[in-house]
Ligand binder design. Structure first.
Ligand SMILES: [Zn+2]
Length: 391
């Protein structure tokens, strides 16, 4: 994208800012050889392999990703050249080079989305040299504790105890993927339906069958419990909203469904971080503008949605105060994804804030400050992180 003077100067003014990546996932443990389909799969939410096989190469987002990775590796912007270069490199040095370009102070990692070949948090800190902090994935934790309880009350008690233990070992937030397992349009807890749904889950656990927490009765009751415990522990609750893989029903993932949590005075001090948001980013921005505890990011939208990512930041900044916009890569598995998401995110911020400065809506110094807020300061306040270092 041809950067105007205002945008270029904003990017330069943030060069000393190390970002707080408030939502990302574990890296795949190296060494490994990366295939074309694996690289493509990292830039799509599709589950059907035909998409990575035939269509990802034809997206603006992937073409841009190839160009960015190739620029870093100083090779042709083709899959063959990139994979040839990266697969021949020393994997640790290669990963540290690409991750170094993300200018990240600390990564807040949702480890619930890990497979057996992922780094643990400690390993990832060691391997990357970047401090890592844990975000607890609520539904995964809850599934692991079904067996320990005979009724929902006991189950919630065990979950809350596990959350307290996680905070003691350093976790800084809780994440819910309710939108993947139920509707995000929250309903009041129906204790009868909850009891029946829990019994069915418990039976599966006893039989050693795979457990999957689904449905409004279980997921909504769990979310309200977690919200209460987050309040008690002074932790923010991250909520997956908007787009993700087709395992979710996108129609049911608007953050407006969180209204029961937002209007109940009991949750007045709860801090919520709305993740991804697109295509409901305008709804999310509205919530940020009227409820003090609500924050938002565009994370995944930035590397996956081409120019829409920049437009989404512009639209979000219509209503969302710059004190509530968060930076996140939502990257997972491959260093290339972190690099692409991080560089694009800074450019998208510069594009959106640069336009506001060019139009005289924000002064240049206000635009510079807004970028610093989004890249690090807002997350530091939200997660109660110590003051950061600069590079
Ligand atoms: Zn994510």
């Amino acid at each position: 994208m041809p950067a105007s003077d205002a945008r270029q100067s904003l990017l330069e003014s943030w060069e000393d800012v190390l970002a707080v990546d408030h939502h990302c996932h574990p890296l795949r443990r190296w060494p490994f050889q990366l295939t074309p389909v694996e690289l493509r799969s990292a830039f799509t939410e599709a589950i059907d392999p035909a998409i990575a096989d035939q269509h990802v190469i034809h997206t603006a987002a992937y073409q841009d990703a190839l160009r960015r990775i190739a620029a870093e590796l100083e090779c042709d912007p083709s899959e063959a050249a990139i994979l040839g270069r990266r697969n021949a490199a020393d994997p640790g040095a290669y990963a540290r080079q690409l991750l170094g370009r993300t200018a990240t102070e600390v990564m807040l990692v949702d480890h619930g989305f890990a497979s057996s070949d992922s780094f643990t948090l400690e390993q990832q800190q060691q391997a990357t040299g970047i401090p890592q902090l844990e975000i607890i994935r609520l539904e995964t934790l809850a599934e692991s504790l079904v067996k320990t309880a005979s009724d929902p009350r006991e189950w919630f008690g065990a979950i809350r105890e596990a959350l307290r233990a996680a905070v003691k070992r350093g976790a800084v937030g809780v994440k819910t993927i309710c939108a993947y397992r139920a509707s995000l349009k929250l309903e009041p807890v129906d204790t009868d339906a909850l009891g029946i749904a829990f019994s069915a889950l418990r039976l599966r656990a006893e039989r050693g069958q795979p457990l999957r927490l689904t449905g409004n009765a279980l997921c909504h009751a769990l979310l309200f419990e977690a919200a209460e415990e987050c309040l008690a522990l002074d932790l923010p609750l991250q909520v997956h909203c908007g787009f993700g893989d087709p395992d979710e029903d996108l129609a049911q993932t608007s953050p407006l469904g969180l209204r029961p949590l937002l209007i109940d005075p009991a949750y007045r001090d709860l801090r919520l971080a709305l993740l991804h948001c697109y295509p409901y980013h305008r709804e999310a921005a509205y919530l940020c503008s009227v409820f003090p505890g609500v924050y938002m990011d565009l994370s995944l939208t930035i590397p996956f949605a081409g120019l829409e990512g920049i437009r989404a930041i512009r639209e979000a900044l219509g209503l969302c105060p710059t004190s509530k916009l968060l930076y996140a890569t939502d990257a997972t598995r491959y260093p290339e994804v972190y690099l692409v998401a991080a560089t694009l995110h800074r450019e998208a911020l510069a594009e959106a804030l640069g336009e506001l400065a060019e139009r005289g809506i924000l002064s240049r110094s206000a635009a510079v400050d807004a970028g610093r807020q989004a890249l690090a300061e807002n997350a530091r306040r939200l997660y109660r992180l110590p003051n950061g270092r600069q590079q």
